[in-house]
Write a protein that binds this ligand. Structure first.
Ligand code: 8X3
Length: 249
């Protein structure tokens, strides 16, 4: 079943890859992000519809929903990490921003699009959380708090929509190497960002995660993937990361 899919955080990384992938699968994709130039480039390349929007802007989200007309799939992907400071020294403003984008952004877009998702033959809400949504680690406090919160939103929504033909799916990736995630977390320090992946033989790519989103979306409408946890083979658990060669080729 194709239809209209809305992907947030679509200007780069997992969001852009998901927009690209769902367009390939036949969806009319509306790609949302703050950076219009990147959305336009994606549109030229893939035929997705660009809609520059900040998911933390309540009024803009409402206006977008009013203009949309139809929505069969919503992929809540906008989010990310800011800073890797210990709780003792963390900047509360970073935590507020992470909560605003990861949790409240997902809340606002989901609330605004739910009438459309309910109106069709069957809707799907996929939210890209993280393995940080259920495992804390040093320096991850603010990001984990936001992702735990986002996960709570997803689980609550699934319960509240029980009895309606709207699937509520969580995709929780572990280590994914994208151009911006670690760089944003390390406040633009490219060396610290690169060190995150040092020696890891094939962290997940944005395309790998997009594949998981497409898999969950492409299953029959009565099949709800509650949570799909995906990590690179080199990462057996949040703390069990193999740095070194893994594959022979
Ligand atoms: C990113 C995964 O391990 O950096 O969402 O928190 S992790």
């Amino acid at each position: 079943m194709a239809g209209t899919a809305v992907v947030t955080g679509a200007s780069s990384g997992i969001g852009a890859a998901t927009a690209r992938r769902l367009a390939k699968d036949g969806f009319e994709v509306v790609a949302i992000a703050r950076r219009a130039d990147r959305l336009h480039r994606l549109a030229e390349e893939t035929g997705t519809r660009p809609y520059p929007l900040d998911v933390t802007d309540e009024g803009a989200v409402r206006r977008f929903a009013a203009e949309l007309g139809a929505c069969d799939v919503l992929v809540n992907n906008a989010g990310g990490a800011l800073g890797a400071d210990p709780v003792a020294e963390a900047d509360a403003a970073d935590w507020e921003r992470m909560y605003a984008v990861n949790v409240l952004g997902t809340l606002r877009v989901t609330q605004a699009l739910l009438p459309l998702l309910r109106a069709g033959r069957g809707g799907t809400v996929v939210t890209v959380t993280s393995t940080a949504a259920f495992a804390a680690y040093e320096g991850g406090g603010g990001y984990c708090a936001a992702k735990y919160g986002e996960r709570a939103l997803v689980e609550t929504l699934r319960l509240e929509l029980c009895g309606e033909p709207v699937r509520v799916v969580e995709v929780a990736p572990g280590m994914v190497r994208t151009e911006e995630f670690a760089l944003n977390r390390m406040r633009g320090d490219a060396d610290r960002a690169a060190a995150v992946y040092e020696g890891v033989d094939r962290p997940l790519s944005a395309d790998d995660v997009a594949e998981c989103v497409a898999l969950a979306v492409g299953l029959p409408q009565h099949v709800n993937v509650d949570r799909l946890v995906v990590r690179p083979l080199a990462q057996a658990a949040q703390y069990r990361l193999h740095r070194g060669p893994l594959f022979r080729d």
